[in-house]
Write a protein that binds this ligand. Structure first.
Ligand SMILES: Nc1ncnc2c1ncn2[C@@H]1O[C@H](COP(=O)(O)OP(=O)(O)OP(=O)(O)O)[C@@H](O)[C@H]1O
Length: 250
């Protein structure tokens, strides 16, 4: 039987009279890369925020790593969040710190009694993992957008999260760098044994990284399945046009 890491069941969320999520159901299985697609404003971020306890649902449940998130107290929520790595659209590195200092930051804040040697080893290990050990003493401003994105992913990985959430990982990058990031997402999944949700509008990213797609339409997931099932045989005109307007590498 598949091991479920996140289980969303009959989840609804409204703001005033705007129903954003309407009876959403979604399972995320251990080890998979799940791509979440949906046009701007469809509720992808709201769903992610509910998963990490930044917003609370009106009804239904969001069970993450076995715990109903809305029931957790602040301490348990903090513990849960440490198991979830966020890779934001803007890689959010601290400009005044070197790459090494940026990577040490989450360790210093979250891991007690770590020796300098252990810290150095962890920093070097994740930098090797994302192929940027040579950048260890550089400032973020000296790096390209793709390199900053890699460092941002490394900083997330340093706490060894069980779940990775990627928010538009390829936005604003050239096609070759996009491909590098797509490959890195797959490599992270294999080497760090993470389970990932990838929010993207980039169908090449979706196709390359996603074991499964979930399309948020009208407040719920109507279409979930493998890329080909969801897109190449799309019945819903909106899903089909999403596919037709994207460049897909054949
Ligand atoms: N805290 C909030 N208060 C009121 N409305 C909100 C709040 N958060 C989100 N919304 C509304 O919920 C809807 C869904 O927003 P959300 O940010 O989840 O969209 P999205 O699918 O992530 O879009 P994008 O692809 O542009 O990031 C939007 O209409 C947004 O204005």
């Amino acid at each position: 039987m598949k091991d479920t890491v996140i289980q969303i069941k009959d989840l609804s969320k409204s703001f005033g009279d705007m129903d954003v999520l309407k009876n959403v159901n979604l399972d995320l299985y251990r080890g998979e890369n799940l791509v979440v697609l949906g046009k701007s404003g469809s509720g992808k971020s709201v769903l992610i925020k509910i998963m990490v306890g930044l917003l609370t649902q009106d009804s239904g449940s969001a069970i993450v790593l076995g715990k109903e998130v809305s029931q957790l107290n602040q301490r348990s929520l903090n513990e849960l969040r440490l198991k979830i790595g966020f890779s934001f659209q803007a890689s959010a590195l601290y400009d005044s710190m070197t790459v090494r200092e940026n990577l040490e930051f989450p360790l210093v804040r979250n891991v007690k009694n770590l020796s300098k040697g252990e810290k150095d080893r962890l920093v070097e290990e994740v930098l090797e993992g994302v192929g940027l050990i040579q950048a260890i003493n550089q400032m973020p401003s000296e790096l390209s957008g793709g390199q900053r994105k890699r460092i941002g992913i490394a900083r997330t990985l340093i706490l060894k999260p069980a779940i990775m959430l990627y928010d538009e990982p390829t936005a604003g990058l050239d096609p070759i760098t996009c491909m590098d990031i797509n490959n890195l997402i797959n490599q992270v999944n294999e080497e760090y044994k993470t389970t990932s949700i990838i929010i993207t509008h980039d169908l090449t990213c979706a196709k390359v990284t996603g074991d499964r797609m979930a399309v948020l339409l009208d407040g719920h997931f109507g279409n979930t399945g493998k890329f080909e099932e969801v897109f190449e045989h799309a019945v819903d005109g909106r899903v089909k046009s999403f596919y037709d307007y994207n460049f897909i590498e054949q």
